[in-house]
Write a protein that binds this ligand. Sequence first.
Ligand code: ATP
Ligand code: MG
Length: 424
Amino acid sequence: MKSSTGRWVTGADFFDRETELALLQQRIEDGNHISLTGQRRMGKTSVARELGRRLEQKGWVFLFADVEGASGPEDVIAEFAKQIQRVQPLFRRFGSKFSRWLGDHIEELSALDVKVKVRAVLDDANWRRHGETLLGDCAAHEAPVLLVVDELPIFLKRLQQGEDGAARVDRFLSWFRQVVQDSPMMQDNPMAQDNPAGSLVVMVSGSIGLGPLVERLGISDRINHLAPFRLGPWDKSASEACLRRLAESYDVQMQAAVPGAVYDKLGIGIPHHVQSFFARLRDHARKTEKICLTLEDVDYVYRNELLGPSGQNDLVHYETRLKDGLEQANYSLAMEILAEAAVMEVFTAQARRCLASDYRDIVDEVRARIVNTLEVLIHDGYLEESADGHRFPSRLLRDWWAARFRDHHIPLGDRQRTGCQEPG
Ligand SMILES: Nc1ncnc2c1ncn2[C@@H]1O[C@H](COP(=O)(O)OP(=O)(O)OP(=O)(O)O)[C@@H](O)[C@H]1O
Ligand SMILES: [Mg+2]
């Protein structure tokens, strides 16, 4: 197993998740569309890719469209077209309808060519029709197709922030639901008749909650065809086993208590954090020429590496995702809430009243915004509710934010004001 701290992993580098994969595979084979959610770096993309890889071995077609960079539905459809270029029989069917724009020698086009050419044709008036043709072709294909649409909520968020945003999000989601559910091609497909659920299954995924986004727009029913599936952290034994497997792969010796100590430092088994910890322990063993890693090494690496400057780089990723997912005013509130929960270890009801009082003249509907922001922070796994307020489940994340804000965050209860009453 290779150590990885960057992108998604599959195959021999993919660890555990057998239960989740089995459940997801069953649901997909039963024809259910899915919304895969989970906290940042929990391994959503890896699970989706690994599932696709396994289904491909069973004869499925697996299409993976990352729509993080899309600015409109036209880009999303062009990305779908790029993905089907890989599946020649499917692409030929689609290409024959698009030959006017793609030319006669479609087999010579690269995936990127296809994306660019299809994108050039699409506009606000025709993306629905062409998108329907494309997904209809997938549904009519002789093999069942799994289409994963990764980072859909980031795309929708961007769409929402543009002109006429809420209506455009609604139009896209309504179209997507209708075309996925009712594609008439499905009934024409002989294979789909054996499998009445149809032969195109979609799974959307993303780190920003799709649920909170559509709720805020009052259009929750637009995603009710997607069965939610939440990817949680590894438990202690899986996290420890992953660490031991990595250590074996790289011939790194460690005391028996080291994997347990790593998990205790992290507080929760987010796969990316387990991998990062291992990569830094391994570097540390090399630099210090240690034969066998000890508990002191775990302490040292946690304090100086994970919480040090290079670890801070990882935090930027968490912050960027929040910025992408929240409106500007809610983002400012989120930063205050996280700073308070990190520095004070808990964001209490009293702190919440102080925050509302501080921001009531700066943003409108401050109380509703705090409720919504907290919902997102809980949904996205930053915070969880406890008896006395909201806390970070991840110790690493809490310590990261604390290291970042300790010098500038004045605890909400200590700020000068006339009092922390609920705003009127
Ligand atoms: N099953 C796994 N086995 C081993 N490592 C994993 C696994 N899943 C995730 N990881 C680790 O976590 C990192 C992030 O994985 P991935 O990109 O799949 O997560 P994600 O939830 O899609 O992240 P993001 O929130 O950034 O979209 C990987 O580079 C790898 O280090
Ligand atoms: Mg991902």
